[in-house]
Design a protein around this ligand. Structure first.
Ligand SMILES: Cc1cc2nc3c(=O)[nH]c(=O)nc-3n(C[C@H](O)[C@H](O)[C@H](O)COP(=O)(O)OP(=O)(O)OC[C@H]3O[C@@H](n4cnc5c(N)ncnc54)[C@H](O)[C@@H]3O)c2cc1C
Length: 519
């Protein structure tokens, strides 16, 4: 019988196999000569006091072997002649839906408006260096979806441990490091994600599925209660059976198309705010009480949240050792987001700092109807662009100046490549949003003393944290209540928030299609 126990090691001991073994033997109370091998099951960093790693370890005695985890990809079936499932969107929801099809013996046919992950990189360079935004190939659109050029943080609030593990296992089988299976806060890194995405595409193709790029769905042919054909911008038409719509939160044209076709969609609450960037050394000092941080410690991160007058203000998508990126999907708007490389070794730490926006807020601001939230987002994104003299330089203000409502004399250095534009960000944001964010930041500054500093900069605007629209679906069958072969899926439809939950939603929707096909 194997032996399990938890040990604590210092950061400098984390890669020292002899020390880990020695501590395990002592804690487990076994004779070291009987121990054959160790397997780390969970690794978490506890930095409440002096930072230490907690390791949950399983030890195997002589003659015992760790049980091999079964490969999920081994269960993929050839699907050339199988029942087709049309998937619009090659983001995490669409691609994990496609992998689930391979497991269940359905043929995935994926369409994406953007380019393959490698070609997409050139368009990102054009945004960063020339300020040119391609409306089909950018930080949100293209193979891998919005999650590709991201931090690749893989934690989720989903309580379905089995489903989360399945997604992580599939990522490992497609080239991600096995560390993601044991880390309490796993992440892949923007430099490693494209290889994983390409490997997923290769699996889809190898087993007889299809993936098509530059395929922008601009219309549907609907009759009775079904979508019969998809119509693409290049004039091509595709006859379809079951359709998974996984187009993400930035595909505003898809929301408009559904509305035009009288397919019901509804407005929902979402969140909006700014991105805040500190020097990484500052966050290390606050979190670890040391800077430079000792060997074995990763760039420190934080998670902050408070509730004020019944409304949340919270940090979002924190990227330690990362950079702020321009995530606009159209010219004439500024949207920012964050990403980090796998080593998280940039000198900056950035995070979204957002607040929830309700339909009631929108109404008070004069926005109504289905597209109230979309219009509100758009107005702020365009106001940011105008404020920065119609460039992709992002409006920015030092953090304390933002909280105190003062123009900054100058700005600190930043990771944001198009550059920052010194302006009162608090003045560009709608007044209620600005006031509430400032109030929230004061509270959060007390929770994390030292957080509010003029060494940090506030950058506008973090507007694409979640979808302002929900595409309704039956809670059991997961199909649209009015269109029986339409399966709204992932973040854009309002059923996910992040890479893992979008992937799980893709798998769930395919399971439901499978059961329907079986019936
Ligand atoms: C810079 C950045 C960093 C992020 N960092 C993280 C992170 O570290 N961890 C995390 O969990 N989440 C992160 N996110 C959020 C995460 O990326 C999303 O939650 C996730 O990608 C949503 O998956 P999805 O498949 O539902 O939609 P998306 O990823 O948005 O994919 C939608 C796809 O549909 C395609 N599409 C849209 N319209 C059409 C059309 N009409 N026809 C054909 N194709 C179309 C798009 O090209 C796109 O590829 C980040 C997002 C960004 C922008």
């Amino acid at each position: 019988m194997s032996v399990r126990c938890e040990i604590a090691v210092t950061p400098s001991q984390i890669n020292d196999a002899a020390t880990v073994r020695h501590k395990f033997v002592r804690k487990a109370g076994i004779d070291g000569r009987d121990l054959d091998s160790l397997k780390i099951i969970k690794r978490s960093l506890d930095s409440r006091k002096q930072p230490i790693y907690r390791l949950q370890i399983e030890g195997f005695l002589k003659g015992e072997e760790p049980v091999q985890v079964e490969s999920i990809s081994d269960s993929f079936q050839r699907v050339d002649q199988a029942e087709p499932v049309h998937i619009i969107g090659a983001g995490p929801a669409g691609y994990f839906a496609a992998l689930q099809c391979l497991q269940l013996g359905l043929k995935p046919i994926v369409f994406d408006r953007g380019k393959d992950v490698r070609a997409r990189r050139r368009d990102l360079k054009a945004i960063q260096q020339e300020g040119v935004v391609d409306t089909h190939s950018n930080y949100c659109f293209g193979e891998g979806g919005a999650g590709t050029y991201s931090d690749g943080k893989l934690y989720t609030r989903s309580k379905k441990r089995g489903s989360v593990l399945k997604v992580l296992q599939l990522l490992v089988e497609h080239g991600a490091s096995e560390d993601i299976l044991i880390d309490a806060h796993p992440h892949i890194g923007t430099n490693k994600l494209p290889k994983v995405i390409s490997a997923i595409r290769q699996s889809i193709l190898d087993f007889g599925g299809e993936v098509h790029f530059d395929k922008w769905v601009t219309d549907f042919e609907v009759s009775e209660d079904r979508i019969n054909r998809l119509i693409f911008a290049d004039g091509q038409v595709s006859t379809v059976h079951e359709v998974i719509l996984a187009t993400g939160h930035s595909a505003r044209d898809v929301f408009a198309l559904l509305h035009r076709k009288k397919i019901h969609i509804e407005p929902k609450d979402f969140a909006i705010g700014v991105r805040i960037e500190h020097p990484q050394s500052h966050i290390d000092r606050l979190q670890y009480r040391q800077s430079p941080r000792e060997e074995g410690l990763p760039a420190a991160s934080y998670r902050l949240a408070c509730e004020l007058d019944g409304r949340g203000v919270f940090s979002f998508c924190m990227c330690p050792g990362g950079m702020i990126v321009p995530a606009s999907t159209s010219p004439g708007e500024i949207v920012v987001n964050g990403m980090s490389p796998s080593r998280r070794d940039s000198p900056y730490a950035n995070s979204g700092m957002v607040m929830s926006i309700s339909l009631e807020d929108l109404q008070k601001e004069g926005y109504s109807g289905t597209f109230a939230g979309v219009k509100f987002q758009q107005d702020i994104e365009q106001a940011m662009y105008l404020a920065s003299e119609q460039s992709l330089r992002a409006p920015a203000q030092r953090l304390l100046d933002f909280v105190e409502g003062k123009r900054s004399i100058d700005l600190p250095n930043s990771s944001y490549i198009p550059g920052l534009f010194n302006v009162r960000v608090d003045d560009i944001l709608p007044d209620f949003l600005s006031r509430h964010l400032k109030k929230g930041l004061r509270v959060l500054g007390r929770k994390m003393p030292g957080y509010l500093t003029n060494d940090a900069v506030v950058v506008g605007v973090e507007s694409r944290t979640s979808s302002p629209i929900r595409i309704p679906r039956d809670p059991t069958l997961l199909q649209h209540p009015e269109v029986s072969n339409l399966y709204p899926c992932g973040e854009g439809a309002g059923y996910a928030g992040g890479i893992i939950s979008a992937a799980i939603d893709g798998q769930r929707v395919v399971q439901s299609i499978f059961e329907k096909v079986q019936r």
